[in-house]
Write a protein of this length. Structure first.
Length: 370
């Protein structure tokens, strides 16, 4: 099946926005109002109904998500935890008490005061295998846990509706929309009462509607139109700027499942999606889109490794400003002032993509030798 270039470009734009936000870009609050919802919508957009036909296809889909989401989560977070001793020696983590003093750049730096013992390491590893926690460097990988819950839940619910209950398309659509809206309000209630569940289900419940929106948008989205896309980009920008600057209305802080109210959560998420996707469609008409498409195809690598790659920029700053090496442990960044956030963004994207491409080439060589 031919890949949708506009989807790859939209993913590329989305992951760039995420890294820019983590790198400390000025006024990045507007990004956090929609950037993760964008990926849940795109995931729903890409879902194939072939996985709803029969138990074999359902199990194939679940296994696909285990390989693509759970196993990378365990390998990365387990690996960074087991390597903590090495990371301390490299100042990626630190146990230096001086580190607890205020950062010379205004206090945006903090890290791990790492003195874990054997029993604690075991407990941390158990949590990782339970899909229940992540390391500091794997802080963004909570997304893998929630995406796993959303996609598997969607597949199971719709497989039952289609293959067991034998509902037609219209009935399934009504049930899916009703369930999604119900889950958003339930999740909002849980948030207000500070309730948390295994597999971060409180966030799964709020993200489910984004997947549902993406699934049905693909079925009814209009063909590309220059005028339409320009209008959408302008309107989306106005909505996001209005919510961010004038009203200061919260979007969705998806990691901790915080949003001001269900209506504004949906509005800001949709504004962000339509704005980014319309920009992606405009870019798709250009000839040279390979860089963005390549970034969009390697979002997992960027998601997992960008925090670790930020340490390269921390090292450069420590050397340049002649600061103590334990400051490399600053997280997520050491100093994002001036143009430094741009450098963090470039490094946080370039190195993970390069690593992923090299790994792909190694796999191709190994497969040829078999």
């Amino acid at each position: 099946m031919t890949r949708d270039r506009s989807v790859d470009i939209a993913k590329g734009l989305g992951i760039i926005l995420m890294v820019m936000g983590h790198a400390g870009m000025p006024h990045s609050s507007i990004i956090f109002r929609f950037h993760m919802a964008l990926f849940f919508i795109l995931s729903g957009w890409c879902f194939s109904d072939k996985y709803l036909d029969g138990i074999k296809n359902v199990l194939t889909f679940v296994w696909k998500k285990i390989k693509g989401l759970y196993i990378p989560f365990v390998l990365f977070n387990g690996g960074t935890l087991l390597l903590r001793g090495v990371f301390i020696k490299l100042n990626i983590y630190t146990n230096n008490e001086m580190f607890l003093e205020e950062s010379p750049f205004g206090g945006n730096a903090y890290g791990i005061f790492d003195n874990l013992h054997g029993v604690e390491i075991k407990n941390y590893l158990v949590n990782v295998f339970k899909f229940a926690g992540e390391s500091q460097l794997g802080g963004a990988t909570w997304f893998l846990r929630v995406m796993f819950g959303v996609t598997v839940m969607w597949c199971l619910v719709n497989a039952v509706l289609k293959s067991v209950a034998k509902f037609d398309e219209k009935m399934r659509m009504c049930i899916n929309i009703s369930l999604s809206v119900f889950l958003v309000f339930v999740s909002w209630n849980w948030m207000q009462n500070d309730k948390h569940f295994p597999l971060q289900f409180e966030t799964v419940a709020s993200a489910y509607i984004m997947f549902c929106i993406g699934y049905y948008l693909k079925k009814y989205y209009c063909e590309f139109n220059w005028t339409q896309n320009v209008v959408i980009i302008v309107m989306a920008s106005i909505i996001l700027l209005y919510c961010d600057g004038i009203c200061n209305i919260n979007g969705w802080n998806s990691n901790v499942n915080i949003f001001s109210n269900p209506f504004m959560y949906i509005v800001t998420s949709l504004a962000g999606f339509f704005g980014v996707f319309s920009i992606a469609q405009v870019i798709c008409c250009l000839k040279k889109t390979q860089v963005l498409e390549t970034i969009g195809r390697h979002t997992l690598s960027i998601l997992m490794f960008h925090f670790l790659c930020f340490k390269v920029v921390n090292l450069i700053q420590v050397i340049r400003y002649k600061h103590p090496f334990y400051r490399i442990a600053s997280f997520p960044v050491y100093n994002s002032r001036g143009k430094w956030w741009v450098i963090y963004t470039i490094i946080g994207i370039m190195i993970p993509v390069f690593m992923a491409i090299i790994l792909e080439k190694i796999k191709l060589v190994l497969n040829k030798d078999k």
